[in-house]
Each structure stands twice: as structure tokens, then as C-alpha cells.
Design a protein around this ligand. Structure first.
Ligand code: PGA
Length: 228
């Protein structure tokens, strides 16, 4: 499990972007030897790009999926399950991202079922939360599930808008999250870029980066911000 004393988690959430060819190009432009020891860089591509990303992934980086099936292996057409992700050498999985809640109508119960599947298969869930449903999402989880988890504080108004949350707001949200989930690692996501990353890393266990992760050079600068 990750704690504040460990490297900061810097997760590149590529969302529904890139192709096999552009994954290769991205890695050609990203210098993993320059990742500071203070950072753990994690790449989250679409499902169909996991194996191409794994092929290109330097040893000091880790792999993350953007979602997982709420069901185990079986007759669930179109789903990718946690056992399959584990076999594909995935380490982390984003769950309950606000875009999934908004466009795919994921409920707290859906997210809880996905977390159970992830934990059963020893994937680390990165549970994305906005402030107004911290308690409701926690209430939907079983006690067992709450132990092994990273929480990403992701204010919807800050995602993809350039309106990144203030450090004070993030600190308040972290307090609320820890009051409910205990001392879990908490990262921040929402318009993080090379300018804002240092401020967030001083008060969080890491960052979830969307737009600024798509270009390898821009992301390299975000990652450099972990150097103390
Ligand atoms: P953004 O996305 O950095 O483009 O705001 C963050 C996220 O949705 O995880």
C-alpha cells in the first residue's frame, strides 16, 4: 500500500485518446531515466492499448486501467474483468471517474462492485471522488474494501477546464476524505500542469493528469515537478 512517505503517484490518464502508433511515439518522446526518485509514474491507456503500452513501458513505470468490469470472468459481453487485467500485468485501476459517472451513469453500487473485483485480483483501485459524494460512495463499500485503496480527489469543475482547484480547497477535501476513509493515500486531479504540480505534490500523495499527459514533453515537465 502507498503511504505519504513513498514516491508521489503521478498518473497519466489518457482517457479515450491515442492509437497503437501514437503510443509508440509517446514513449519515444518520454525519457524515463529522467523520472525523479520522488515519483512513481503510472500510465493509464484505453483497454485495447494496454498491451502496446506494456510493450513500450520502461521498468520504472507502472500500468493502470481506466475501468474494470463489476463482474468476474464469464458471459458479460463487452466487459474487461479484473482477472484479465491482472494477467495483462496491470497494477492499478481508475474507478468511478466523473466521466464514467456522468456519461455512463455509473452508480456508487457499480463502483463498489468494481472495487471488490479489483481488490480480489490484487489490483490497486484509484477511487475518483468529488466532495459531494464522499460519504455516499463510502457507505456503498464493504469494510474490507475500504482498506486497500488510493483516493483521487477530482472536483468535476476542475476537470479539463483549466480551472484547477486551489491548494486550500484540496486540503479541505483531503481532510473530509480521510475522515471517512481513514489514512488512505489521496491524490488530486483536475487541470494539473507543469505550473501547478509542485503546489499539489506538497499537500497530496500524487496527481492524476489528463490533458497535460497526452504530450510526452509536457508530461515530462509535470513529472519533473516531483523533484524536491
Ligand atoms: P485533466 O483531467 O487533467 O484534463 O483536467 C484529469 C482527470 O480527469 O483525471
Amino acid at each position: 500500500m502507498y503511504s505519504g512517505a513513498m514516491p508521489k503517484l503521478i498518473i497519466a490518464n489518457w482517457k479515450s485518446n491515442k492509437t497503437e502508433a501514437s503510443v509508440k511515439e509517446w514513449f519515444a518522446g518520454f525519457d524515463a531515466t529522467k523520472v525523479p526518485a520522488e515519483a512513481k509514474v503510472i500510465i493509464a491507456p484505453s483497454f485495447h492499448l494496454l498491451s502496446e503500452t506494456r510493450r513500450n513501458l520502461p521498468d520504472n513505470l507502472a500500468l493502470c486501467a481506466q475501468d474494470v468490469s463489476p463482474f468476474p470472468m464469464g458471459s458479460y459481453t463487452g466487459e474487461v474483468n479484473a482477472q484479465q487485467l491482472k494477467a495483462a500485468e496491470v497494477n492499478f485501476v481508475l474507478l468511478g471517474h466523473s466521466e464514467r459517472r456522468r456519461y455512463f451513469h455509473e452508480t456508487h453500487a457499480d463502483v463498489a462492485a468494481k472495487i471488490s473485483e479489483a481488490i480480489t485480483n490484487t489490483l490497486v483501485p484509484v477511487l475518483c471522488l468529488d466532495r459531494d459524494y464522499i460519504k455516499a460512495q463510502a457507505a456503498a463499500l464493504s469494510v474490507k474494501d475500504v482498506v486497500n485503496l488510493v483516493v483521487a480527489y477530482e472536483p468535476v469543475a476542475a476537470i479539463g477546464t483549466g480551472n484547477n482547484a486551489s491548494a486550500g480547497e484540496v486540503e479541505e477535501a483531503i481532510k473530509e476524505i480521510k475522515a471517512v476513509f481513514g489514512n488512505v493515500p489521496v491524490i488530486y486531479g483536475g487541470s494539473v500542469d507543469e505550473q501547478s504540480v509542485r503546489e499539489y505534490l506538497m499537500i497530496t500523495d500524487g496527481v492524476l493528469v489528463g490533458g497535460a499527459s497526452l504530450d510526452p514533453h509536457a508530461f515530462q515537465k509535470v513529472v519533473a515537478g516531483a523533484q524536491t
